[in-house]
Design a protein around this ligand. Structure first.
Ligand code: NAG
Ligand code: NAG
Ligand code: NAG
Ligand code: NAG
Length: 431
């Protein structure tokens, strides 16, 4: 079956009626034994990390006080909202979150003397931060809505937080952290299936979690995917990256913008992450369209190496984009398991950056286009060709939700209801 809802946009309004009806009454509670287990992968920076400083930690690298916790056990590194209120601690957290690329190992690792772990793998309790202003961020509303229809944490609802600083690498290159995540998630999914009457899992992801899941699926054999994955529901992820990070990289701010002090905005913190290049526009999807326009030169998705060099990335970093990140981006392909892609549309989205006068470090004029406020329409539509048109992809459905923003799709009731109804539909479906 091949359903492409976007070609019939008016249908969305029709389908939204029954949902409004359900919301005004009591939502049906399903028996846990009827439901397929769910594993959730949240967006970039939604997972929590804890760290400990070993005696190898060099406290002179940032500020002398940064070594205060040396040898004193585990503490919350990301996102430690309390610590980030203290301007004296922010440089320490920026330094301790940084990654370094080890040319001998051919892989990324933590700064020497910093050990890190993802908080609460297997559960959704480690999603989001302790910042009271962000209590509805990440997947928390979705988790609440799923519990409302009968899902139970630890029984048929599981979370797969991941260290968002790391990224997968192409075949033949080491990405130890990502490989470790792949094997942990494989075990989690197998156990979820086995403890739920051998019902395969519905994988539900948001944003960067979708890219993570795609690469996870690619690293598992087809027989494994067919046995353990009932359905893959990918929310807010396009097939070819997004334009917005180009601006953030140029000005040195991170993806997640907010008014408070942002530890990731330290240039050499977010810039050091293996994942910094993962969501850049794919030449396969954005083609020759100029995305960054300057007086001297225009940059399309093909010119990202030149663009990165122009904004101050070293030759080694540019080489890693070309040989490590770009091949993974180009390898985005149909996962071969039943899939529903859900995206917001109709929200102004950064499409082009025009640096009319100054350097690439000045504030650009932004040309907006359609999308969800982060993911561009062209990247959303490419899902139909890259996944939908792949002859090996049996079931593919694209759902577009007008006026749902990149984050709002998992926090605004009208959109969350739609996401939950797609999950329940997938749970009932017989292919
Ligand atoms: C947050 O950071 C502060 C300062 O480093 C530390 O004292 C505190 O224990 C951390 N919070 C958690 C939950 O680990
Ligand atoms: C990080 O940035 C600071 C100030 O911008 C600079 O002095 C330091 O050398 C940088 N560290 C690395 C490892 O690039
Ligand atoms: C860059 O692109 C703009 C708009 O697409 C075009 O008008 C301009 O001539 C191009 N400039 C260069 C240097 O190619
Ligand atoms: C989307 O939002 C705009 C502006 O608020 C509004 O005019 C429009 O009716 C909305 N569309 C839908 C489908 O809700």
């Amino acid at each position: 079956m091949h359903v492409q809802m976007h070609r019939f946009l008016p249908l969305l309004f029709f389908f939204s009626w029954p949902l409004i009806f359900l919301r005004d009454n009591h939502p049906p509670v399903h028996h846990a034994s009827d439901l397929h287990p769910i594993v959730l992968l949240p967006g970039h920076t939604c997972s929590q990390l804890r760290a400990q400083l070993t005696y190898e930690y060099d406290e002179t690298s940032a500020a002398p006080s940064c070594g205060a916790r040396k040898g004193k056990g585990w503490f919350r590194l990301w996102e430690n909202y309390t610590a980030l209120q203290d301007p004296a601690l922010v440089p320490c957290y920026a330094e301790q979150l940084r990654l370094v690329f080890d040319p001998v190992a051919g892989d990324y690792r933590n700064v020497k003397g910093v050990d890190t772990r993802v908080v609460s793998f297997g559960t959704t309790s480690g999603f989001g931060s302790d910042d009271p202003a962000q209590k509805n961020h990440c997947m928390r509303k979705l988790v609440g809505a799923l519990k409302g229809v009968g899902y139970k944490e630890g029984q048929n609802l599981f979370g797969a937080p991941y260290d968002f600083r790391y990224a997968p690498a192409p075949l033949g290159q080491d990405a130890r952290q990502f490989s470790y995540f792949v094997s942990s998630l494989r075990v989690l999914i197998e156990r979820a299936t086995e403890t739920n009457g051998n019902k395969p899992v519905i994988l539900v992801t948001h944003s960067y979690g979708g890219l993570t899941a795609m690469n996870f699926l690619n690293e598992n054999a087809l027989w494994w995917r067919e046995r353990y994955i009932k359905h893959f529901i990918m929310v807010s992820t396009g097939a070819g990256g997004i334009v917005a990070p180009l601006r953030n990289l140029a000005s040195g701010i991170s993806y997640c913008q907010s008014s408070r002090v942002d530890v990731l905005s330290f240039k050499n913190t977010s810039r050091s992450f293996a994942s910094v290049f993962s969501a850049l526009p794919s030449p396969k999807v954005f083609g020759n369209t100029p995305l960054v326009i300057t007086q001297a030169k225009n940059y399309s998705a093909y010119d990202i190496p030149e663009f990165l060099a122009a904004i101050g990335f070293s030759a080694d970093e540019v080489a890693r984009y070309k040989t490590r990140a770009l091949p993974v981006t180009l390898n985005f392909r149909a996962p071969g398991v039943p899939m529903t892609c859900i995206n917001g549309v109709g929200v102004p989205t950064v499409e082009k950056l025009v640096y009319r006068y100054g350097s690439l470090h000045s504030e650009p004029e932004v040309v907006y286009g359609d999308g969800d406020g982060a993911v561009n329409m062209v990247s959303i539509q490419a899902l139909d060709t890259v996944i939908g048109d792949d002859p090996d992809q049996d079931y593919y459905k694209s759902v577009l939700i007008p006026n749902a923003t990149h984050a709002g799709i998992l926090s605004d009731a009208f959109a969350v209801d739609r996401v939950v109804s797609e999950i329940l539909e997938a749970s009932r479906a017989i292919y």
